[in-house]
Ligand binder design. Structure first.
Ligand SMILES: [Zn+2]
Length: 380
């Protein structure tokens, strides 16, 4: 059977080993390493598909759990799938719903069959299983679907994590068996195992035996320190097939994107740039900037003088601060656009550095300018 998702390796960076590649999907191809903006409810909050296209996004992520509850996957299927429903012709990745079940719901019970929990909106009893997660994602029609997994909190004991990894492997087999459209939608497996090397190895081996078209590293960016994440990636990515895309879930701070790419990751997603944008915080080439702060009230310069996005070319910090202070939607649009553009541009710079075998140098320069070499540096 031909897979709908194909990875092509272009080259590796001589300084770091980072990969430059292309992922081909039924809705176009994109170069990697790349960042995927998150459109939880079939919209990247405040952005139109035209905005996303203009900033160079060619794959976005949407959340199975949220779309299952509202408007319901049956309505999206009836619309002709998620691409048609939201008028987005690029690639779409959907998560399995697992992470939301574990993070949003506190009334949950995990069984071999699946997870019983309560709807975070109205308390209604719900049940999500590998089969149900596949049926919803098949109805949504995403290009890349994620296997239903358990994402245990950090820290978890070795004993608990081992049971969880084994269950996640059994659930992945059930996902593959239930996948109704393998010719047009690619199913990715999620390697779990927390910070334990033996369990990451076991998880990778189990999932790789299913010969899925791509693999993700899950269970990171859940509260562990950065050095733990980097260490886990260092022993996990070498376990992953080199001829398939590698996706690090839920990571989106500039330093983690660079550190992840250096450790062989191709795809990233995170709500960070869009979420902080709605709080009036911007990512800039010299670090984060809280544009809602009073000191910008009379600052008529752009958010980032080194950014060539349409927001930085046309609007001032003073204006954007004013809009955000007044809760004007347009202000959130402007900061969101800039932050996404900034990360997409960063990934373009990372790809260019790999092309020129200088990602190690690029990292040094970027960290220095972003203020990440200071001992009290923030994550973004
Ligand atoms: Zn900008």
């Amino acid at each position: 059977m031909t897979t709908p998702i194909r990875y092509e390796l272009i080259k590796t960076d001589k300084q770091t080993g980072a990969r430059l590649g292309v992922v081909h999907t039924p809705h176009g191809s994109f170069e990697t390493p790349t960042f995927m903006p998150v459109g939880t409810l079939a919209t990247v909050k405040t952005m139109s598909p035209e905005d996303l296209e203009s900033m160079g996004a060619n794959i976005i992520l949407s959340n199975t759990y949220h779309l299952w509850l509202r408007p319901g996957e049956d309505i999206i299927k009836e619309a002709g799938g998620l691409h048609k429903f939201m008028n987005w012709d690029g690639a779409i990745l959907t998560d399995s719903g697992g992470f939301q079940v574990f993070s949003l719901s506190d009334m949950r019970k995990i069984t071999e069959e699946g997870v019983h929990f309560r709807n975070h909106l109205n308390g209604e009893k719900l049940f999500l299983s590998p089969e149900k997660a596949m049926q919803i994602q098949n109805d949504l029609g995403s290009d890349i679907m994620m296997a239903f997994d358990e994402c245990p909190p950090y820290p978890a004991t070795h004993e608990y994590m081992k049971q969880s990894v084994e269950r996640t492997s059994r659930w992945a087999e059930r996902c593959l068996a239930a996948h109704a459209r393998p010719d047009v939608q690619g199913l990715f497996g999620i390697i779990q195992g927390g910070e334990y090397e033996d369990l990451r190895k076991q998880s990778a081996q189990d999932l790789i035996s299913l010969d899925l078209p791509g693999y993700a590293v899950g269970g990171l960016s859940v509260g562990e320190p950065k050095d733990v994440m980097n260490r886990v990636l260092e022993f996990t990515t070498p376990l992953m097939p080199s001829n398939k895309p590698r996706y690090l879930m839920g990571v989106g701070s500039p330093d983690s994107l660079i550190d992840g790419a250096i450790r062989g990751i191709d795809m990233f997603d995170c709500v960070l740039p869009t979420r902080i944008a709605r709080n009036g915080t911007c990512m800039t080439s010299s670090g984060r900037l809280v544009v809602r702060n009073a000191k910008y009230a009379r600052d008529f310069g752009p958010i980032d003088e080194n950014c060539d996005c349409h927001v930085c070319r046309n609007y001032t910090r003073a204006y954007i601060r004013h809009l955000i202070k007044c809760n004007e939607t347009f202000g959130f649009r402007l900061t969101t656009y800039h932050n996404l553009y900034f990360l997409l541009k960063l990934m373009e710079q990372v790809r260019q550095a790999i092309r020129e075998d200088r990602l190690g140098d690029f990292k040094e320069e970027f960290f220095e300018q972003y203020g990440l070499n200071k001992p009290d540096a923030k994550n973004f």
